[in-house]
Design a protein around this ligand. Structure first.
Ligand SMILES: [Zn+2]
Ligand SMILES: [Zn+2]
Length: 138
């Protein structure tokens, strides 16, 4: 999202909306994918030499569970406040800062659900879906 500084009229703020395309932002980082564009809403204020942007980003993420290896999606949203020094600038592009904030929202443990039982280490059965005999009594 590019914010053009001479679009500000007087003291009024500027309200902008844009779809962020995951490919353009290089958002895919292996364990986390974005199957659809993210929605970015932003409200911006300007003083003589500073631009403040309050942004809200939301969208769908998809992960591979680290225990059972199933794909699952989850929705996320985040409010971001950004400040820019705009001395000598005509416009400000906030995409890379939004990208950083989206990637920061990365879960530490990627599990499809808190009690995921994972795969059997011997036979590979998904223990969320069925049980196997591997850990039965000898
Ligand atoms: Zn799982
Ligand atoms: Zn097994």
């Amino acid at each position: 999202m590019k914010i053009v500084l001479n679009h500000f009229k007087g003291n009024k703020d500027l309200v902008l909306e844009e779809e962020l395309h995951p490919d353009d932002l290089e958002l895919d980082i292996g364990v986390m994918h974005f199957p659809r564009p993210l929605m970015l809403h932003a409200q911006a204020w300007k003083s003589d030499d500073e631009l403040t942007v309050q942004a809200h980003v939301e969208g769908e993420r998809s992960f591979t569970c680290s225990l059972c290896l199933e794909e699952f999606n989850n929705l996320f949203e985040k409010d971001i406040t950004l400040h820019y020094d705009i001395k000598g600038l005509d416009s400000v592009t906030i995409d890379s800062d939004v990208r950083d904030e989206v990637l920061l929202e990365h879960p530490i443990r990627i599990l499809c659900r808190p009690d995921c039982r994972g795969l059997c280490l011997s036979c590979g059965t998904n223990l969320n879906l069925e049980s196997c005999d591997c850990q039965g009594p000898e």
